[in-house]
Ligand binder design. Structure first.
Ligand SMILES: [Zn+2]
Length: 73
């Protein structure tokens, strides 16, 4: 299932000594529509990470989230 994008923002990050980077944050509507799913990607030299967090208890127990996609468990 494709999630609907609610908001997308990019924050500048001065980095951890290996140059500057950015943090990308995309907010999606969760499958039930009552809450949100937040995808965060750190794109900073020497520190690259990404996570998808569902703030909805109901949906996080039903689905696996990967960026803008929800998959039934
Ligand atoms: Zn939900």
């Amino acid at each position: 299932m494709e999630l609907k994008v609610l908001n997308k923002e990019t924050d500048y990050h001065s980095g951890y000594g290996a140059g500057s980077g950015e943090i990308i944050r995309v907010t999606y509507a969760c499958p039930c529509g009552k809450s949100e799913v937040v995808f965060e990607k750190d794109d900073i030299p020497g520190f690259r990470d990404s996570s998808t967090i569902c703030e909805c208890q109901e949906c996080s127990s039903k689905y696996d989230f990967n960026r803008g996609t929800a998959t039934i468990k």
